[in-house]
Design a protein around this ligand. Structure first.
Ligand code: IMP
Ligand code: MG
Length: 180
């Protein structure tokens, strides 16, 4: 049985109102940037991006499809990714010639996303771009170009709002820092 989250939480890093306000802002920015294109795919990386995608898409006024991809870092279960990633579930859509915006919860070392970008770029989308809710830039091991970033965060382990603590507590409406 999982412990109550109150016992695992050090403190709230980003509260729900702050998250929602920034997500609305991101949605407006994306809507403006893609207005001329008129069509896009929001591609969420499971499972962490689900809450972010659900809230973000409500603020995207450009007609769009949503799709999902599930990837796993080898040695999953650990808090470190080593750069090797396998596809557990691929996108359903054919992205060739389409504008794809990858939706991520958090970019840490950057290995997961670098791998996803390599795979998706090979399919020749009109544009592959990345929108992440959180960016732990300090931890980056591979350079990644991020088109949209919700929040820069320090090198702490966070959970809530899609991010898990050993698979639990993705449902929390805020981003919390886990006790070490
Ligand atoms: P990267 O390949 O090191 O950039 O790792 C990215 C993935 O690691 C994210 O999609 C998350 O699933 C996970 N991750 C990294 N940092 C955290 C964190 O602080 N909390 C929860 N998951 C994290
Ligand atoms: Mg993830």
């Amino acid at each position: 049985m999982p412990k109550p989250y109150e016992e695992l939480l050090d403190k709230v890093l980003i509260d729900s109102d702050t998250l929602q306000a920034r997500i609305a802002e991101l949605g407006r920015e994306i809507s403006g940037d893609y207005a001329g294109v008129g069509d896009m795919i929001l591609a969420g990386i499971l499972k962490g991006s689900t809450l972010f995608l659900a809230d973000l898409m409500r603020h995207v006024t450009v007609p769009h499809e949503i799709d999902f991809m599930d990837v796993a870092a080898y040695g999953a279960g650990s808090r470190e990714s080593d750069g090797h990633v396998r596809i557990l579930m691929d996108l359903h859509a054919d992205i060739e010639g389409r504008h794809v915006l990858i939706i991520e919860d958090i970019i840490d070392s950057g290995h997961t996303l670098a791998h996803v970008l390599r795979i998706l770029s090979a399919r020749e989308p009109a544009s592959p771009k990345v929108c992440t809710l959180l960016d732990k830039a300090e931890r980056r091991e591979v350079p990644i170009s991020l088109a949209y970033v919700g929040f820069q965060i320090p090198n702490v382990f966070v959970f809530g709002y899609g991010l898990d603590l050993d698979e639990y507590y993705r449902n929390l409406p805020f981003i919390g820092i886990a006790k070490t």
